[in-house]
Write a protein that binds this ligand. Sequence first.
Ligand SMILES: NC(=O)c1ccc[n+]([C@@H]2O[C@H](COP(=O)([O-])OP(=O)(O)OC[C@H]3O[C@@H](n4cnc5c(N)ncnc54)[C@H](O)[C@@H]3O)[C@@H](O)[C@H]2O)c1
Length: 263
Amino acid sequence: MTYLNPPPLAFHANRLENRVILVTGASSGIGAAAARLFAAEGAKVVAAARRAERITALADELKVEGRRAEAVVCDVTDEGSVAEAVRFAVQTYGRLDGAFNNAGAGGGHAPMHKADTGMFDHIMAVNLRGVFLCMKHEIAAMLETGGGAIVNTSSIGGLVGGAENGIYAASKWGLAGLTKCAALDYARLNIRVNAIAPGPTRSEMFDRWMPTEEARAGLAARTPMNYVAHPDDMARAALFLLSDESRWTTGTVFPCEGGISAG
Ligand SMILES: NC(=O)c1ccc[n+]([C@@H]2O[C@H](COP(=O)([O-])OP(=O)(O)OC[C@H]3O[C@@H](n4cnc5c(N)ncnc54)[C@H](O)[C@@H]3O)[C@@H](O)[C@H]2O)c1
């Protein structure tokens, strides 16, 4: 389609109104914040995570608030589980319009000669292969109904190198490659694919990485803006990239890291 003169976008309060959006890793941190925000923006949210109790509690909480949300158990390292989560979304709400592929594993911090090979396999299985599996099944569903938008969660570690961070960084740099190539594969089929690259954000993963208040304060002090982000900050960036407000944006890795990579 040649599309030389797109119409202006209407002002829209419910930026994801009636969109069916799958969120992985939705039981905590950035994923849980995103599920809440997307539901508040009118989406029909499919909250996917491994922890059944937590994900069900989140969906129930949203329903009590009058939002639309369903929970599905999903381990992104298991292709059958990913396919089932996508099938569940389509069966429950009739289609899939968007996905926030946010589940991720941290850790493995070590200089290269001391890095654990099992940890390499695990982090790649979640952060890289997991995102590949999600995109593969989500895109197949989106093609059935005319398109959609995908946002993957990368990291500041996927924008710049860092000492003792080779495994995690490689998984997130790889995720950028998947994101950019998929964006080109589907640019003419009305599927946009982008990523966000969070900097330090207070979550369960962050607290495992920085277990003491002293360590957290030290890290905050090393960031240009002198604080660690709230998961909502990341959810807002993902919202923009999932909504029509970013209709002319695809293949980007959007930094949300308080200016760390600017230096
Ligand atoms: N918190 C930070 O400082 C930070 C910085 C950069 C990037 N990130 C990225 O943000 C994303 C969300 O992390 P968070 O900070 O909210 O931490 P978190 O620990 O709260 O969330 C990670 C989620 O991923 C889920 N998960 C892990 N393995 C999974 C699997 N095999 N299948 C399904 N779900 C799985 C966890 O259960 C959890 O719900 C991750 O991709 C992480 O790499 C976080």
